[in-house]
Design a binder for this molecule. Structure first.
Ligand code: ADP
Length: 502
């Protein structure tokens, strides 16, 4: 089968062109291939001769190739076509070119194919097509909002998650300036400044890190987002890609955790206070009990010795019993307040008279201090006398307790804007500003005093509850080292001059 007779010059061209050339007989068997063809297909030139060309063409291209070749043979014109060949190692080789037919005496003798290898070009194009598909698959399914803007802040990309998070459908925002859409009014200027700075200097402090800011929803409300922005330069123009997540729930959770932690700490502090309270309470109850026991033993000894009872023993014993009674009833009061079970027996009474009597009886309880009534309001009070007496007693006993160096406690009442305002003033140790607000809390005692002064930290808590239940107020003014003045107010129910004439 010596159909081909290439002279030297054509042989030179045949051997050295980068195009792929093959000659086929009319049955499709290879008559010859040039070195470029053989190298591309991964065979030696001689190896291909005599083989069926379809061994080197992808199955899916067989029919098209056959049809194309027969069209060429019947003279239907020569035009470029593209086929997928298969290399010896099975790899696809995409070729583009033409087939021509050689005739002798009107008979088709062979066909020649001249093709270019366009595999890399086509694969790159296919890959690009696939990349675009991959990119849109990524944008469509991304769990974050992905927004791409250009240097003018024009929105170029707005994925479905951005639609969900911000409430704007893509068609409403694409090609619009981003700042007008999702940046809250108060941040727009800073955003524009940051952008201008970046374009001028290439520096962007918020780029390539995750920050938390607030954004605007289509419905007008602001909500927290986490945002990370990257910049890319494509052909001299900057693009900014923002990845955004709505962190509203995360923030709420964070707040809840902080609140829970605060509550936990508070309850721990309260637990500590309770423990302290228990040891203080045991100590406070034990002290008068020990003294009481001592006096009773002394009285027993006197009785068994047949000697008369020293008169002050009974007085002392009942003083300690009173102290115990007061402590126990304070403790019971705290429980009643907690259970909202404190009962009040409201009656109208002359306040000035009541104050004089109360101070007289309190004066008996102290040998160290003189209780001085400086002024007294002629007013009627509607309230629980015993409970208000309890408040005054508590304030005066504190005034005495916390002014060991002083000898006087001043008390007074006056009528002010239809309220009876009472003060109890001492010249004692005073209280620092930081502690003042806490004095009325349950179990609170100023730390420095705890060791030096007895007490349970519940007297002021009970007193404030009693006064507030009377629709009044209890407050304090104090200066460390100078003394304290406790005030309380009660609504006046009229003037004592008219209702209770002297
Ligand atoms: P207690 O006196 O039993 O400790 P209170 O509730 O009456 O409890 O008082 C709470 C705390 O307030 C006291 O422990 C003390 O630190 C402070 N305090 C109360 N009254 C005075 C006062 N007149 N001068 C200085 N500190 C006071």
């Amino acid at each position: 089968m010596k159909i081909l007779n290439l002279d030297a010059n054509f042989r030179d061209l045949f051997d050295h062109t980068s195009d792929l050339i093959h000659f086929l007989d009319m049955e499709g068997r290879i008559l010859d291939v040039n070195p470029a063809w053989a190298a591309t297909m991964g065979v030696r030139p001689g190896e291909a001769i005599g083989r069926d060309i379809y061994e080197f063409i992808d199955r899916q291209s067989h029919d098209r190739y056959k049809k194309y070749r027969s069209q060429i043979v019947t003279g239907e014109g020569i035009r470029d076509a593209e086929f997928e060949f298969i290399g010896a190692d099975g790899h696809p080789i995409i070729v583009e070119g033409q087939i021509g037919c050689f005739y002798e005496a009107g008979e088709a003798v062979y066909t020649r194919g001249v093709f270019r290898n366009v595999t890399s070009k086509r694969l790159a194009e296919i890959a690009l097509g696939k990349n675009q598909k991959r990119l849109s698959a990524f944008l469509n399914s991304a769990p974050s909002a992905v927004i791409i803007i250009d240097e003018h802040q024009t929105v170029l990309e707005w994925n479905p998650k951005a639609e969900t998070i911000f409430g704007f459908p893509a068609e409403e925002v694409l090609n619009h300036p981003l700042a007008d859409i999702i940046i809250p009014l108060q941040f727009r200027e800073a955003h524009a400044r940051g952008m201008a700075h970046f374009l001028r200097t290439g520096e962007g402090p918020v780029l390539n890190k995750t920050i938390e800011v607030s954004a605007l929803h289509k419905d007008g409300y602001e909500f927290p987002i986490s945002l990370s922005i990257s910049s890319v330069n494509i052909e001299g123009k900057w693009l900014f890609i923002a990845f955004i997540s709505d962190i509203t729930e995360y923030k709420q959770l964070q707040e809840e955790i902080i609140l829970n932690q605060a509550a936990l700490m508070q309850s721990r502090v309260l637990d500590d206070k309770k423990d302290q309270f228990l040891s203080m309470a045991s100590h406070e109850l034990k002290t008068p009990l020990t003294s009481l026991k001592a006096y009773i033993q002394m009285m027993e000894r006197s009785v068994s010795a047949g000697s008369p009872l020293p008169p002050q023993f009974l007085g002392k014993a009942s003083e300690y019993i009173k102290k115990l009674e007061n402590l126990i009833s304070d403790l019971l009061d705290v429980s009643k307040i907690r259970a909202d079970k404190m009962a009040y027996n409201i009656q109208r009474f002359r306040f000035d008279q009541f104050l004089v009597e109360t101070l007289e009886s309190l004066q008996y309880t102290t040998a160290t201090h003189h209780i001085v009534l400086e002024q007294n309001a002629h007013a009627i009070c509607a309230g629980d006398k015993a409970r208000i007496e309890q408040v005054i007693q508590n304030l005066i006993s504190n005034a005495i307790k916390f002014s060991p160096e002083a000898a006087k406690v001043s008390v007074g009442s006056q009528l002010k804007n239809n309220e009876i305002e009472v003060f109890v003033r001492d010249q004692g140790i005073g209280v620092g500003a930081a502690q003042l607000d806490h004095l009325f809390e349950r179990f609170y005692r100023v730390d420095d005093n705890e060791m030096k002064f007895p007490g349970l930290g519940i007297g002021l808590f009970i007193s404030r509850e009693i006064i507030e239940r009377h629709h009044g107020k209890l407050w304090v003014e104090s200066e460390p080292g100078k003394g304290s003045t406790f005030y309380f107010s009660l609504p006046a129910a009229g003037s004592s001059n008219s209702e209770f004439p002297n």
